[in-house]
Design a protein around this ligand. Structure first.
Ligand code: NG6
Ligand code: CA
Length: 505
């Protein structure tokens, strides 16, 4: 399709030039001949490679995600830039590997903005090309420049790194402050009940999950025993802001409504919407409509809820007549985890479901399931449905979309893989640095190198293998995708080759 439209484009230019020369230099073709499609980036939080039925899940049905996968490109080797959230989001928006920035780690709710306001970003690049840019959902890239006062305009934040509009939660659903922030202002805040947030000390007299277990309706397992909001114990202490506190079970509907409203409001100019959904990250709080939709307990139910949201969102694009002119990228910020700190039956009710789709590891891990995630591009009428085994990372989104919209901006580590995203080429990256909790691994071709690291082999709290070993690990993913055989010892030359390129980067 793209080739055809390119051919038409060039014919148009030639004809245009003939016209131009005939008419004494007047431009006859409108600038819009280079199309600027709307772009929607749908980001799931902790959705694993095996959590989508199009990727093999049997016990969770995700018909709407499947429609994207089956009607677009289903990538089998698509990666988040990190095995945790903030670093992945940092790389997505800046095109820079997260390990280059020592602060790109899981951020607290009071962390300052991680992105330098002078940095190139995905939304800035698109804005420069005439796009209206919006973010709805989870931010988790820090806000403010140190001591944030939540009761005045919170800045810098998304609006200072390229978003014209923002409707966000500051960090994660399990971290305070548990409020929505619209363009820097806490939504529904009563000035007479100011918000205070602290990650070190509690506020005098305020209840916590440890001291007031009677307030808790969702039991914590590890961490998550500070302030209690809506019966859910959180990370961090918060006081005040009663009227501004979100309702957890309504969060999916809230973000969906804002995402739909954004599209309707900005459909008359090219728009970029970063729709950052909160599922299936903890605490898993499906709306009552979705409770029991799966047999997997809240984790399965919030995936069903998210799938429904995507269906509703797509329906809006269709009703507004935007589907043929909108590129959709769907993926997840890191791999899956069952018990991530709450006793919510994710482990007990998991049954035979395999959230990591047979890959080793999970969230927090240098093994494949840490970063290999569902990754889909969809563009009705433009992208031909197919499966692509190309190696691609979310850090590549910036440079690829820059090419799509005619910009030369790009981040330091972002590769232009537009043709791969559009299904016009099968050759993705030749190599890639993976990251988990500031540790890195190196992928080249089918080979994966994990250098020796101190630290536990398994994070016992979440029951996930992290990839730490005192030995070099080398896996050949072509015949050992589940990383069950460390072949470093048998392939000293390959090991040396990878080590050399890895060290060079
Ligand atoms: C961890 C939290 C986990 C989750 C994670 C961030 C504890 C014990 N664990 O520190 O529950 O919030 O941070 O997840 O507090 S992420 O997807 O945003 O990276
Ligand atoms: Ca995440």
């Amino acid at each position: 399709f793209r080739q055809q439209s390119f051919q038409l484009f060039f014919i148009a230019i030639i004809v245009g030039n003939i016209f131009t020369s005939c008419k004494g230099g007047q431009q006859q073709f409108p600038k819009e001949i280079s199309p600027k499609p709307n772009i929607v980036f749908i980001y799931m939080d902790d959705l694993g490679y095996g959590d989508v039925s199009a990727y093999g899940a049997k016990n969770i049905h995700t018909p709407n995600m499947d429609k994207l996968a089956n009607g677009g490109i289903k990538f089998t080797d698509g990666h988040s830039s990190s095995a945790t959230c903030s670093p992945s989001r940092y790389a997505l928006l800046t095109g820079v590997y997260p390990w280059r920035n020592k602060d790109a780690q899981i951020l607290s709710g009071t962390a300052p903005l991680l992105i330098d306001t002078a940095q190139v970003t995905l939304p800035k690049m698109l804005k420069e090309q005439g796009y209206h840019t919006g973010v709805v959902g989870k931010w988790h890239l820090g806000l403010g420049s140190g001591q944030t006062n939540w009761n005045v305009k919170i800045t810098p934040g998304p609006n200072e790194v390229g978003f014209d509009y923002s409707y966000i939660m500051a960090a994660t659903q399990d971290r305070v402050p548990t409020v929505y922030i619209e363009n820097g202002h806490v939504v529904n805040l009563d000035p007479k009940d100011p918000i205070k947030v602290d990650y070190q000390n509690n506020f005098k007299g305020e209840p916590t999950a440890l001291e007031n277990p009677e307030l808790v309706t969702m039991m914590w397992d590890h961490g998550h025993n500070n302030s209690v909001v809506n019966g859910i114990p959180r990370i961090g202490f918060m006081k005040g802001g009663a009227s501004a506190k979100w309702s957890d079970v309504d969060m999916a509907d809230e973000f969906l409504e804002m995402a739909k409203a954004y599209v309707k409001q900005h459909k008359h100019q090219p728009f970029f919407l970063y729709y950052a959904m909160q599922q299936p990250h903890v605490p898993r709080t499906p709306h009552p409509r979705f409770v029991g939709k799966t047999r997997l307990g809240p984790r399965g139910d919030v995936i069903a809820e998210a799938d429904w949201c995507i269906g509703e969102f797509m329906a809006t694009l269709e009703q507004e007549g935007l589907l043929e002119n909108t590129l959709i990228i769907f993926t997840s910020d890191n791999g899956p985890v069952l018990n991530d700190g709450y006793a919510d039956d994710a482990v007990e009710k998991n049954g035979s479901h395999n959230p990591n789709g047979g890959l080793r590891g999970g969230k927090y891990s240098l093994f494949e399931a840490g970063t290999r995630v569902p990754f889909i591009t969809y563009w009705k009428g433009k992208i031909r449905p197919q499966v692509s085994d190309a190696l691609i990372s979310q850090v590549d989104v910036l440079a690829s979309l820059a090419t799509l919209v005619g910009s030369t901006s790009k981040g330091q580590d972002s590769e232009d893989l537009l043709d791969v995203l559009m299904g016009q080429a099968k050759q993705g990256r030749t190599d890639l640095i993976l990251e988990a909790a500031t540790k890195t691994a190196y992928r080249k071709g089918d080979w994966l190198l994990i250098p020796p690291y101190n630290g536990p082999a398994i994070n016992a709290n979440v029951n996930i293998e992290l990839g730490n070993s005192k030995y070099y690990q080398l896996y050949n993913l072509k015949n050992d995708l589940s990383q069950s055989r460390n072949v470093a010892h048998d392939n000293p030359e390959k090991l040396a080759e990878l080590l050399k390129s890895y060290t060079a980067i």
